[in-house]
Design a protein around this ligand. Structure first.
Ligand SMILES: N[C@@H](CCC(=O)N[C@@H](CS)C(=O)NCC(=O)O)C(=O)O
Length: 243
């Protein structure tokens, strides 16, 4: 059994999708990040970075007790290695998959996240930051389009964890005004992945669905929500007492 510490955002959906793909039994432990559920000391013992998603594998191969894994890219790789699926064991195919997986978690994900932050939550007048991150997001989406023009899936002819890392963010990119139709190869790939039974199962599960307040949310955070996600409470969760 895998415990999925989950918030219904693209990062959480990457892991939910992989769990649906490989068919490992999992239970969803929901976190409301606006309410600050991620800031507890208990969750900090699972993920010292206090972000979702994280998993706890209750039956890891080494038989040494429950194993916590955080960071969506590391979780995808862990589950791929545990099941022997969606990541080649060695060689060029493995390297290509890890390159595109890392490109998502180190590039597209964070840059899209910053663009989303300034477009949706930043106070008005942040033109430099908004332009910087939306331009970088556009650049990365062009890189994605170029790759998918030459290759069926991100890592080559086979669907892999790299596709699972990218797909959920593209599904929600409308909140930033990104029209997938403007990227024909990405659109073709998006629909191919969308047609997979595992994606259908994930999207049909009520316990994985985003609550209404997550969808298309723009500004209007309460002072408490702001503090939990971007302010003093967020910092207090990781601040160390003086030695
Ligand atoms: N690099 C991390 C990013 C995780 C992340 O930023 N998660 C967001 C939800 S998408 C979160 O937990 N936000 C709550 C917060 O920032 O306090 C990963 O890939 O797992």
């Amino acid at each position: 059994m895998i415990d999925l510490h989950y918030s219904a955002t693209p990062n959480g959906q990457k892991v939910a999708l992989m769990l649906e793909e490989v068919g490992l039994p999992f239970r969803v432990l929901p976190y409301d990040i606006f309410e600050g559920d991620q800031l507890t000391a208990e969750f900090g013992r699972i993920n010292p970075n206090h972000k979702l998603p994280a998993i706890v594998d209750q039956a890891p191969e080494d038989d040494e007790g429950p194993l916590a894994v955080f960071e969506s890219g590391a979780i995808l790789q862990y589950l791929a290695e545990k099941t022997g699926r969606f990541l080649a064991a060695s060689g060029r195919a493995r390297s290509r998959t890890l390159q595109w997986l890392t490109w998502q978690v180190a590039g597209l994900g964070p840059m899209g996240g910053q663009a989303s932050h300034f477009l949706r939550y930043g106070p008005s007048g942040q033109d430099y930051a908004t332009e910087r991150y939306t331009k970088e997001l556009e650049r990365l989406l062009q890189v994605l389009e170029g790759r998918l023009r030459e290759s069926e899936y991100l890592a080559g002819p086979d669907y892999s964890v790299a596709d699972m890392a990218v797909w959920p963010g593209r599904a929600s990119s409308f909140v930033m005004g990104v029209q997938l139709e403007a990227y024909p190869a990405t659109h073709r790939w998006f629909e191919t992945v969308r047609a997979r039974p595992a994606v259908g199962r994930m999207l049909a599960r009520a316990d994985l669905a985003a609550p209404a307040k997550y969808i298309g949310r723009k500004q209007g955070l309460s002072a408490d929500e702001w503090s939990n996600m971007f302010g003093a409470r967020m910092l207090a969760a990781v601040r160390q007492p003086p030695a």
